[in-house]
Structures are given as C-alpha cells and as structure tokens.
Design a protein around this ligand. Sequence first.
Ligand code: M6R
Length: 367
Amino acid sequence: EKAGYRHFMLKEIFEQPQAILNTFRGRLDPETGKVQLPEIGLNAVELKKISRISLVACGTSWHAALVAKYWLEKWVGIPVEVDIASEFRYRRLLLDETVMVVPISQSGETADTLAGLRLAKKMGAKVIAICNVLGSTITREAHGTIYTHAGPEIGVASTKAFTCQLTALLLLTLFLGEVRKTMSAKNRKAIGHALLELPALMEQELPRLQEETARIAEAFTHSRDFLYLGRGSNFPIALEGALKLKEISYIHAEGYAAGELKHGPIALIDRDMPVLALAPKDSVYEKVISNVEEVKARNGRIILVANAGDKNCRRIAEQVITVPLCHEELNPILFVVPLQLLAYEIANLRGCDVDQPRNLAKSVTVE
Ligand code: M6R
C-alpha cells in the first residue's frame, strides 16, 4: 500500500504532481485560464456582493489560508482575514451575509474548524469549505465545498493535502478575479497556464530534490533548533517548513517573516541555529537576500532555497537547494516541496517514526 516507498509521507510527497492535477482537472480551461466552480453555489450577483473573505483553519491548513490571503487580496481586491480556528471561535466575530467564510480542512473533522463553521453559519455568512474528505462533517454542514482531490492522506504530516489546498485556493482566486472583473484575461491566462504545467515540472524535479535534501540533511541531523525565513506569499511556507520539521523530527523550529529578523530572533543566530531562507526570484527577492546577509554577518549557517541560476546564493549560503523558475504566484506550491523532503530526510536520519510522530493524531476531533 506504500507502493514501494518507505513511508506514506514520502509516497504522498511524490504523489503531489498527480494530486495537484486532479485538483484542477475539469475546473481550469487550458486555453483561457477560466475556472469553473459550480460547487460554490452562488450566482454572479451574490459573488459580487461579497465584502470580505474570512479563512478559518488549523495547522498546515492555516498556512494554506495565509498564502491565499496574498493571492486573493492581490488579484480580487477583497479584504481577507485569516484565523486560526481555535481563536476564531472564541472572539467577537463581525460577520454577516456579505462575508464569505472559508473553512479549510484536509479531514473535514477538525473540531475547532467545524465549530467556526457553525458560528459563521449562524451569523448568516456564506460558508464555502475547502476539504479533502468526501462526505466529512465539514462538507455536510457548509453551503458548498470545493474538494481538493488529493486522495487519501495517511501520513500524519500533511503534504499533498497542503499543495492541493493551495491549488484549490488559487483556482478560487482565478474564479473570483474573473467574476468580479478584477483580473485581466492576460494575467489569468498566465497563471492558469503555469498551473497546468506545474505537475510535469514538479514530477521532473522531485527525484533531484530528494537527493539534494538527503545530502543536506546529513549536515543538520543533530541540530536542535532551526529558523525558517520567507517573505510575502513564501512567509507562510517558512511557517509550514518549520512545522514539518517540528512534527516529524522533534527539532525545535520557528518560521519568521524575514523582515522580522532584526526585531528579535537575530539575537539567536550562532553556529547552532541554522537558518533556512526561501529566496525565489520574486518582487521581494532583494529584501530576502539582504536579510540573509544579516545572518551571514553574524556567522550563521545558511541554507538557501532559490531559483536555478541564482548567482547570489553560492556566495552567501553554506547549502543551496535550487527550484526551477516558474510564475511567481506558484512559488509557494513549488518551494514547499524541498522543505517537506528536508524534514522527511532529517527525521529519518534521526530514526523518528515519520508516519506516526509522537503525541499527534491525523485528525484532531476534540478541542
Ligand atoms: O484535517 P485538517 O486540515 O483540519 O487538520 C488541521 C491540522 O490538524 C493539520 O494540518 C496538522 O497541523 C498536520 N499534522 C500538519 O502536518
């Protein structure tokens, strides 16, 4: 059932190209980049009335929500708020029928996310879930569900469910961008085409990324702490990389917005605090590089995840993981893959039970 892979987690990492394809197949028009999401069940008039989007989730699903905020605000121009479900449910909510609440959950059974959904419904909001498990409680209670067709995810550490959530959220962005006329056909096409090409690109890169991360993992097997840095839509990917490492290798890891470094965490930098930085060639690339230079100036050990052909990296970093260049908006989906693999390889070298990490359950059905 592991199809020759040593662990479900590794199998699921390698299934991502197919899973992503399954998520956009039948929804994304290859020519125009137009997206169909009839499962939302709202007509154009209702969709135009949406004044705010509120994304609610836990753990890795919350990281997907954080990425989506960048996409939706940039391309749809609707204010987006993102909440951890256990916070959402216990604060004063300002919701009404013009707010679209989007609970995001792989399992569809997470207690806090479900409680948030119920509150939102009671207050009259439109509730459109993003979920992987067919017929789960969240999908039964939401007004509509955009399914991520990732297939069953067995490993406790979420991998393919995450990249499929991102795919679904990008589809939602393209969809709303068209209905609300906030996105040009040119931009929609460019992102749509890049998404179509993503599965093949990822498939081609996976074996090399596994080799590279396995080699790097050896140098960091005994680390006790790790810092992950990113900016913009890759800041949540830093959080996700850190969460993966914590969960399965039990190494203390923190994700930070790279610009926050000098507001505290830089005090931690020494040879025992490796820093992984995400530096795709995007609009904030220069900013990330200057943050990484600050780490270097303090004699920190740096792993840089950057685009192939980046000339800066070898000069700055002790280790470099390269990711092929693609449309800027897809970087979070591509850049998370080496982080999943790095966590996997380090955990393995440490002899950890990758699929069943201690103290964790696949779905958290109690609060
Ligand atoms: O099933 P859900 O997406 O609602 O689960 C949310 C979190 O419990 C989940 O993402 C958790 O953080 C994973 N173990 C992360 O790898």
